[in-house]
Write a protein that binds this ligand. Sequence first.
Ligand code: DLL
Length: 436
Amino acid sequence: MIFNKDVETMPRPALRELQLERLRWSVQWAYDRVPFHKRRLDAAGATPERIRSLDDLRRLPFMVKSDLREHYPDGLFAVPRSEIVRIHASSGTKGKATIVGYTREDIETWAEVCARSLACGGAHPDSVIHVAYGYGLFTGGLGLHYGAERLGALTVPASGGNTPRQITLIQDLGATVLCCTPSYALNVAETMRDRGIERSTLALEVGVFGAEPWTVGMREEIERALGLVALDIYGLSEVMGPGVSMESVEDRDGLFIWEDHFYPEVIDPSSGEVLPYGEEGELVFTTLTKRAFPVLRYRTGDLCTLFAEPTRSGRTMVRMTKVKGRTDDMLIVRGVNVFPSEIERVVLEQRELAPHYQILLSRDGALDRLAVHVEVVVEVWESLGSTVDSDEGRRLAGRLRSELANTLSLSADVQLGGPGTIPRSEGKAVRVVDRR
Ligand code: DLL
């Protein structure tokens, strides 16, 4: 189902016209209301009247996370507090949270893009949508909640935690759509297995999973365990929250960016140069309709590729590939660049290993040490007599070690463990522990 057919299937020339009109509005709005934007646009000679084409956006300077921190909590808001109806905060790990604000119109837009996203994933007004993203300052829960209600679906605001109770609710209310992080979906699957709950007692058809990077291998694991179609949803608080882009159930190839509200660019992270579609780089967004907290060329730190080939679903909006990682989560180990997603891919290729892993970095004198801790799957654990300290256990660890060395060009210590060794997540999983 296409939630907003006129917009989602708009011919691209008409879409570009709409984007230009909105871009001019957005730049003017930010310029007139936020001293930070006025100062920077004046300095760059990129005042609103000079924006005559979409390419003129390139005259604007980039915004980065530290700009938000420096104006904490609401120094970049473009409307008086009396017009803000909601705030959320981004889940940054460093320093204070970043506060973001919404006017009533912004909440409307957000509900619309989340409704579009859910429909894009196959949800419809008769769906029962179980939202297990956290409700609160995190945008996941309330964002998708409003989208599900806008779609007209029966919405279950489960939030995070108490997994056994969530499973009972999913069963008893007949949830057809599950919204949560991919790592929490695994947690749900594992709790079901531990309690002997058959997946046939669930009516789940689709999972709307995001808020953290996950590989195709992880997708397959989750689909097998829960018996649903697992789709990827992307977003970030600074731009809106969930619902910036979403994979479609028909295409299952890349995430459609709701370009009538969020204008994407991909840049070379080191030079800042805009890259053509098809080339991988850092995703940058300019909001086209946001009132409370407009962002102009905000660097997300997320790495992906844009592409605009025709689609099965008829949607015309540009797509982004799954996020490969973040510019700042690339690990540099003994001078070699390593993305956690590469490690996840190698781990998940091994049938005997479970999708529960953690990457540990430490320093031994001047030397970095990379260790990968992974659980073996329950059946293997049982067949090994509940220990990995055996020839078979050592053989498994040895194989993972050599696969990692081939892929990463780097040696890693491998430590296998039994089920439950790695901490489980209720929101975003902590995959990397850097003790250097
Ligand atoms: O995570 C919004 C969200 C909620 C998206 C629910 C999807 C579902 P933040 O807490 O501000 O917002 O974190 C944003 O999370 O810059 C990415 O690095 C990462 N991220 C979000 N979605 C994905 C995804 C929410 N599908 C940051 N794949 C972003 C990979 C993702 N990374």
